[in-house]
Design a protein around this ligand. Sequence first.
Ligand SMILES: Nc1ncnc2c1ncn2[C@@H]1O[C@H](COP(=O)(O)OP(=O)(O)OP(=O)(O)O)[C@@H](O)[C@H]1O
Length: 229
Amino acid sequence: MILVKNLQVFRARKQILKINQLKVVAGEKISLFGPNGSGKSTLLRSLALIEPESLRAVFYNSRDANWQIGYLMQEPYFFRGTVEENLVLPLKLRKIPEKIIKKKLGEFTEKYKLESLLRKNPKVLSGGEKQRINLLRTLIYEPFYLFLDEPFTGIDALTKKELNKYLQSYLEQEPGRILIYVSHDLKELLKWGKRFWYLKDGEIKFDLAKEEFLKLNYQDDYLQLLFEE
Ligand SMILES: Nc1ncnc2c1ncn2[C@@H]1O[C@H](COP(=O)(O)OP(=O)(O)OP(=O)(O)O)[C@@H](O)[C@H]1O
């Protein structure tokens, strides 16, 4: 479970996030959307306990929750080293024994056909390959809480289909896993979310179940365009 209570984030003397209360329980799948600059990434980073404000406002029911969080940034960020080194880094940080890391890497290499990528420098990967490795690096340590910030933006339909499949099977493996998925694409939002958070000017304007979201009357320019597309 995640509980958010009075989360307020200020940057450059401006309030960019103001969330009174939010509760997410095991198994929930949430789609988060809203105009550019509305605070979606800041909210995800806060939930991922990266923003300092999280300390006072974001609570998990398990003590080691921070090791259970998989946060995928909008822009893939890679550390120095090969694709392989980047992939296994989350496992090393979690002090997983070398033997298990090797086994896991072998499984991933086969399942996701990574052989030709492993020894490359992540810098030389194509955009789609980067997204693929970025997602796999987030899934390799099997996080319970999965926060994805526009994971499939700018990738072709084929790669998107493949990545959708990875994600789908990951979530099906353990239905209790929590997903928060940020996107500007209505099709994607409807595919992943069963609960819908609309963020605007740093505030959650509505928090609706899918059935209510589909019957929505509340309209503004962003929502109108979202539904038109
Ligand atoms: N460190 C910072 N200093 C100043 N302003 C910041 C900082 N971090 C975020 N902001 C501002 O806070 C607002 C929210 O940013 P955020 O990245 O969370 O929005 P977003 O909804 O994810 O946007 P997008 O859809 O464009 O990715 C923006 O106006 C941004 O410029």
